[in-house]
Design a protein around this ligand. Structure first.
Ligand code: ADP
Length: 160
């Protein structure tokens, strides 16, 4: 039974994230998608909202679990019994930061491997910030995020 962990901010989840999760599911028995509780970053959605959107978007995948964590990702990976950490690589611009993180995590815990996966080309330009900005100006985000996210973005823009 090989379990991996896929950490991220997921503010909100996009089709790019889901593409990576599907690829990870092809390789491993179980994928734990874990929302980082990062008090330094200001997010549009609360951790609970991000977990809810992930759960709804991934409800048809039965070997995916959604949770959240604070602290070191390698510690959480060990806690859930994961053999590795999944990260998505969109472009060269992701590489330097991801490379540093992977090497640091290896230093912290030699047993936990980092696995990089690339999404379909059509998602290589997609990130959560672009989606949030588009939604803020009433742009059409339907090609980029699941329906629950479209609805939650609409609710947020009503609140503000
Ligand atoms: P973002 O970088 O969009 O704020 P996250 O912090 O939630 O997203 O990212 C979690 C992981 O998913 C990271 O490894 C990131 O590189 C990857 N990722 C984010 N968007 C995409 C995408 N469109 N395609 C592939 N991987 C992605």
């Amino acid at each position: 039974m090989k379990r991996v962990i896929y950490p991220g901010t997921f503010d909100p989840v996009t089709f790019g994230h889901i593409d990576i999760i599907q690829r990870a599911m092809d390789l491993f028995d179980e994928v734990v998608v874990t929302v980082a509780k990062n008090p330094v970053k200001t997010n549009l959605f609360t951790v609970e909202e991000r977990v809810e959107m992930l759960n709804e978007s991934l409800k048809d995948f039965n070997n995916v679990i959604v949770d959240s964590f604070d602290g070191l990702i390698v510690d959480h990976a060990k806690q859930v019994g994961a053999v590795g950490i999944i990260r998505g690589l969109r472009a060269v611009s992701d590489f330097e930061y991801e490379f540093q993180m992977a090497l640091m995590n290896r230093k912290l815990s030699n047993g936990i491997k980092t696995i990089f996966l690339m999404p379909h080309e059509k998602y290589t330009y997609l990130n959560s910030t672009i989606v949030r900005n588009l939604a803020q100006f009433d742009g059409d985000v339907s090609g980029f995020v699941p329906e629950i996210v479209i609805n939650k973005l609409k609710e947020k823009s009503k609140d503000t």
